[in-house]
Ligand binder design. Structure first.
Ligand SMILES: [Ca+2]
Ligand SMILES: [Ca+2]
Length: 419
């Protein structure tokens, strides 16, 4: 309005002056009198019992704004202290209704008599407020708690090598609540963590556990390596809220990938160089394995080059499967037993990168690294197929995790047993 100016030296016609005066009156009425900034404010009912029994758990606060303003709603307790439900929220002109169930800052107001206040402040400093009484009775002030909240280990490597692939989060929830648990990254990114299925349903009081592998088991890339905040939040039925946090570091995270280079396997009789291996003779092979992924892959013995008799297998050599290890295996047509009974590590273990985890040494083929793997099997009995010609093939096994299709049944070749 201060752009409007009037004065005796003005050359405007009287008609225009009348128009301007009318306009001024209209603006003044709108701004100052006809409708106040904040009006028709109420909070009903006046007594609430916020205990989630469905009866008078909330009071409905209604108000109208004639102009845009910053709006606050707060409760003043008998000691005169303010408890904000809404503080300086930007609101445009309009009708508003909001239910208030006694919770401010995630905690329930204790039983007592309060004054509610709704207050609006415009950009030019005009203020309008309304207030009334609210009595809180039978309030459920008990917050849900996370007892024994723990994260183990604090550093984990979600890469399916079978070592520290998972982080376990445990707590005992003291009260029924909606619980969410997530990782909070340095970049502000959130990664939800799903609860493990157990007897105690999610949100029920009792012991809860989360088994987190970064999503790798579902074929996803885990969150990037780095330090994370683990944040757990519980909100009960009346709105009491509890937050606990911890830390978790991700290292060497990622989906492991490897293959037999060119899907090429060389089978041969080391005495003759051909594919004729009479009973009692030896079948040898050579192939190359490459780590084509971004994370190290773990392997175990026996070393490349190890010799088997056909009536042996990796278990009889005391080189058992361990979850997450990668080995080359050889299998054959008519094998009556489990798949790939003859297995070899991805090279000579002493040539590989080693890491000590929990006091034990483990061996890794690093990203981009290739290793030639060889081995041999003395054919001492007739394969069950009882055929003159028997197919042999190779596989690259991610033990107790999977065999990728392209790593299974690789380069099958007929070997003449010639019994
Ligand atoms: Ca109630
Ligand atoms: Ca790992």
């Amino acid at each position: 309005m201060n752009e409007l100016r009037f004065g005796p030296k003005n050359s405007m016609s009287s008609l225009f002056l009348v128009f301007c005066c009318s306009l001024l009156v209209a603006l003044a009425l709108t701004a100052c009198g006809i409708r106040p900034l904040l009006y028709e404010v109420s909070a009903q009912p006046e007594v609430i019992t916020p205990n989630a029994d469905g009866l008078e758990d909330v009071t409905r606060i209604a108000y109208k704004l004639s102009r845009s303003a910053d709006l606050s709603i707060y409760l003043v307790d008998e000691a005169g202290e303010r408890h904000y439900f809404r503080q300086n929220r930007r609101r445009s002109a309009g009708d508003y209704r909001v239910d208030f169930g006694g919770v401010v800052d995630g905690g329930m107001l204790p039983d007592g008599r309060y004054n509610w206040v709704v207050e609006a402040v415009t950009d030019d400093g005009a203020t309008s407020r309304a207030e009334g009484v609210l009595v809180v009775q039978d309030a459920d002030v008990e917050r849900p708690e996370f007892e024994g909240f723990s994260i183990y280990p604090q550093v984990f490597t979600p890469n399916q090598d079978g070592k520290q692939d998972r982080a376990t989060i445990n707590y005992y929830l003291t009260k029924e609540a909606d619980v969410s648990v997530y990782l909070f990254g340095p970049d502000g990114q959130k990664y939800p963590i799903a609860e493990k299925e157990r007897d105690v349903e999610p949100g029920e009081p009792g012991f809860h556990t989360y088994d987190y592998e970064g999503g790798v088991d579902l074929g996803a890339d885990p969150p990037p390596d780095g330090d994370y905040i683990v944040r757990a939040e519980a909100v009960d039925r009346v709105g009491n809220r509890t937050v606990v946090t911890g830390t978790l570091t991700i290292q060497d995270g990622g989906r492991p990938r490897a293959d037999i280079v060119n899907a090429d396997v060389e089978f041969y009789n080391p005495e003759t160089g051909d594919k004729v291996v009479p009973l009692g003779s030896t079948l040898a092979f050579t192939l190359t394995v490459e780590n084509t992924g971004l994370v190290p892959i773990r392997t175990t013995g026996p070393d490349s080059g190890t010799h088997y008799r056909s009536d042996q297998n990796f278990n009889t050599l005391d080189t058992y499967e361990t979850p997450g290890a990668w080995r080359v295996g050889i299998d054959y047509e008519g094998n009556p037993s489990y798949a790939y009974p003859y297995r070899w590590g991805l090279g000579q273990l002493e040539d590989l990168e080693s890491r000590v985890i929990d006091g034990q040494t483990f061996y890794y083929l690093m990203p981009g690294q290739r290793m030639i793997v060889t081995g041999s099997i003395q054919i001492v009995d007739v394969p069950a197929a009882s055929k003159d010609r028997v197919f042999f093939w190779a596989g690259l096994i991610h033990e107790q995790v999977r065999i990728d299709t392209f790593n299974d049944f690789v380069d099958p070749q007929q070997i003449v047993i010639g019994f």
